[in-house]
Structure formats: C-alpha cells, structure tokens
Design a protein around this ligand. Structure first.
Ligand code: ZN
Length: 337
C-alpha cells in the first residue's frame, strides 16, 4: 500500500483546523477549546424549536432556526458542535436511505453553518440508527440456512462510508462514526482519501462505546430506539475493559484522528487507560444524556450546586486523561469558563 492511500500515515486530517490543532495540544483542564456541543437537527419544513422531555433544557431545532440559536453561543466562544439528525417527515428504511439524501437535515445545515460561522468546527455524528426502520446502527442480512437476520458488518460499513462521504462533501470538518462496526474507521478514511478529502476531514471514532443504560434520554431525543432487540452485539459489554482497549487499538490502527470513550463518568478508568496506552492521540469523552439528566434532576431537587457539580465532572474527565469533552452543559459552561 502506498503512502498516499495508507491512512495510518496521513496526519494532516488531524490538524487542518485551528480547533483541531488545540485538540493535539494536551488539554488538561476545562476550557472553551476542549468542549463540543451536541445538537439535534430535525427535518421539519417549518421553523421548529422542540423541547426534549427527557433532557431538561435541551431542544431539537429545525435547519432554519439553528443559526439564530448558535450566534450568541459562538459570540461567547463556542468552538465546536456535533450534529445529530432527527427525522419525522423523511422516510426510515432498512438501509437508511435518508441518512445521506439531499433532504437530510444534517446535510442541509452544514453549508449554512459553514457560511454563518467560518471558524466553528463542525462534527457530524455518523450512524444509521436515526434513519433505519428497525432503529439499529447497521444493515441486516438474512442467513440462508437459519433464516435468521443478523447485522451484516460489510454491508453496514459500505453504507456508513457513503454517508460519511456525503457529510464530508457537504462541508463537515469531522465525521464521528458511532455505529461500532468492525473496520469502519479504515473504510471511511479510504473513502475520504480516494475522494480527495483525506487531509480535510478528520475521523473522531466512538471507539470504546459501551452498551449503556445511560443513553436512555438520547434515544428519545434522536428518536433512534431499536424496534426490537438491543445493541449488545455491537456496543461493548460494560464488564469488559479488555474489549474497550482492543476497540481503541483497532481504531487507532485504522487511522482514527481522535478516539472517544462513551459514556464518561462511569468509565473514567477506560479514559485513563486510553490516555496511558495512546499518549499521542487526542482522547475525547462523551458526557452522555443520562449523565446530564442525572445531574440536572439532582440540581433541580436542590441536591447540589449546578456549577460546582458540572465543573467537578469536567475536571474528572481531564484528570483521567481526556482532552475533549462532548457535553450538553456547553451553553451553561460558556458563561463560566
Ligand atoms: Zn447508532
């Protein structure tokens, strides 16, 4: 394999943007540079701001209202967002047809955000579950012998790489595969390289993503709960630090620019191990919906002070070794940092 297509030898994708360069600089304490704000973008064709019941204070936004929401946050120092598409109007199919259609809300909003906020680093969550009729993160095939259906790894990554390319061509700086299929990081890197985007789009891999009860509120927010079964055959068992380390290594070996651990607080040991094992890699952690909801419910009951509790959680992530924190608390933190 030549150097031009070997994704492990490609470094430019990890520092072509000012915020990515900050991510390469060991961020050891909470700062504006280390934060990514998750946003839910809907396909509503009328202006929509919709409260998410299970995530107090968080909302879903239609494409045309997002700029107005973000402007004051960018003025306060917001450096990065991660976009999640949510569809009601578009169709969900077995092969996630709407994930990369021109009508997809993420595909539509990326160029608008690029134009409105030229310095904002735009990350896109990359998965199929918000667009599949069955709500799973991959594509199913049927075993001809048993007639049982199973997640088809190759079909899934073929589809996920197509969606990655669409987001990249729409202007995403970072694509973040969260599906947990084997081999998708390498396949995405190759797809970007052969399409001339290898040095202009970073891959932030959800590497150690555990099958966690802490995702409950997110599935409501993104309307992505599986219609049958669960994700325990592709997300990691919470008992296995070994699998987490192998998943991290797999993604590093395939050329990931950033590795991620998810959820955050219950998995700080994994964050520490990732930092020790991969000292040269930017490490991200996702303070997930259940962590956010738990803290908010406790604060709303007067159990503890919001600012102190949130800052302590951020300090814990950085102390464990994370550089980057994805958090629903970002708007609140912009006033505090
Ligand atoms: Zn998914």
């Amino acid at each position: 394999m030549s150097a031009s297509t070997n994704q492990n030898l490609r470094l430019h994708s990890g520092f072509f943007h000012p915020t990515l360069r900050k991510w390469q600089s060991r961020l050891t304490s909470p700062s504006l540079d280390s934060l990514i704000y998750p946003l839910f973008v809907t396909d509503s064709d009328t202006p929509l701001v919709e409260q998410i019941e299970s995530l107090p204070g968080q909302k879903r936004y239609s494409v045309d209202v997002l700029v107005d929401l973000l402007r004051p946050l960018v003025e306060k120092g917001l450096k990065s967002v991660i976009l999640f598409g949510v569809i009601n109007r578009l169709t969900k199919t077995a092969d996630a047809l709407s994930a990369d259609s021109d009508e997809n809300p993420v595909v539509k909003v990326i160029p608008i955000l690029r134009k409105s906020f030229p310095d904002l680093l735009i990350c896109c969550d990359l998965c199929l579950c918000a667009y599949t009729s069955h709500g799973h993160c991959g594509i199913f095939s049927e075993d001809p012998n048993s007639n049982e259906s199973y997640i088809d790894n190759q079909k899934s990554i073929d589809r996920i790489t197509e969606v990655a390319l669409k987001y990249a061509q729409s202007g995403a700086h970072v694509v973040a595969p969260s599906d947990m299929m084997d081999g998708r990081v390498g396949a995405i890197k190759q797809k970007l390289i052969v399409n001339g985007l290898g040095s202009r789009v970073a891959v932030m891999a959800y590497s150690a993503k555990f099958a966690s009860s802490f995702y409950g509120p997110f599935r409501d927010a993104a309307k992505s709960a599986p219609s049958f079964g669960d994700r325990s055959t592709y997300q990691l068992p919470c008992t296995s630090a070994g699998l987490a380390m192998r998943a991290l290594k797999r993604d590093v070996d395939e050329g990931a620019d950033v590795i991620m651990i998810k959820p955050g607080m219950p998995y700080l040991d994994i964050v520490r191990s990732a930092r020790d094992r991969f000292p040269d890699m930017p490490v991200a952690v996702y303070q997930v919906s259940g962590e956010y909801a738990m803290l908010m419910h406790a604060v709303n009951k007067g159990t503890f002070d919001l600012e102190k509790a949130v800052m302590e959680s951020l300090i814990a992530f950085h102390r464990a070794g994370a550089d980057i924190v994805i958090s629903y608390f970002v708007p609140f933190l912009l006033d505090k940092l």
